[in-house]
Design a protein around this ligand. Structure first.
Ligand code: CA
Length: 225
């Protein structure tokens, strides 16, 4: 069962959230100040935390900062409209999302579902490569964007895999040819351009992102932009 910890000092809001979340089938526990909230977060096995920013005893930013030293549990911050700086700081120190009060409960529920999904999807380190929303799993031989699975040929997969392994490094066509096609490939380096074009249409153009960069006269660079 998914258990959600609500850390919120305004009793009315806390009660409202409790009822709505229980109605959705979540288990709920609550704390009404930062210190108590942090303690519960560390001692209880919760799946997600709703964290108000303006809290007595220990504010939400401080709770999040201390929590992140020991735990990766997802955190959604509840902020007031005029707390832009705090939102930014909260995300910087490891909160997963925020929602501005007053909010529609449907929106919060959607964000909760999203954050929970994101955390579960994370594949084990070592076998997977990722950039932004794009992930490549070597063992399963799969590539996904957000949660959509991409259909790549073996060569496209190998090329993407090599680009992702060497992200932020400029790679020449010769290097790519050697590493992806092998020494014994007899064709010319145009084949690299052709496959880069395939990958661009299946990833960059399809999702409106730019990971594959052309370095004129040199080759290609895979980086987040
Ligand atoms: Ca508050």
């Amino acid at each position: 069962m998914v258990k959600i910890l609500i850390i919120e000092d305004e009793v009315k809001i806390a009660r409202f959230l409790e009822l709505e979340l229980k109605h959705e089938g979540y288990e709920v526990c609550m704390a009404h100040n930062g210190r108590e909230g942090l303690k519960m977060a560390l001692e209880t096995d919760v799946s997600l935390i709703l964290l108000d920013l303006m809290l007595p005893e220990l504010n939400g930013i401080e709770v999040c900062r201390r929590l992140r030293m020991e735990s990766e549990v997802p955190v959604i911050m509840l902020t007031a409209r005029d707390q832009t700086m705090d939102k930014v700081m909260g995300l910087d120190i490891g909160a997963d999302d925020y929602i501005t009060k007053p909010f529609a409960i449907e929106e919060l529920l959607a964000r909760i579902r999203n954050v929970l999904k994101r955390k579960v999807v994370q594949p084990p380190v070592g076998e997977s490569l990722s950039m932004g929303e794009l992930s490549l799993d070597k063992q399963q031989h799969s590539v996904t964007f957000k949660e959509e699975r991409l259909e790549l040929t073996k060569r496209e997969f190998d090329l993407l895999s090599y680009l992702m392994e060497n992200q932020n490094i400029v790679l020449t066509r010769d290097k790519l040819l050697e590493k992806v096609w092998g020494y014994d490939y007899m064709g010319d380096t145009n084949i690299v351009d052709v496959y880069i074009r395939y990958l661009r249409s299946k990833i960059d153009e399809k999702y409106g992102i730019k990971h594959i960069h052309t370095i004129r006269g040199v080759g290609y660079l895979f980086k987040y932009e």
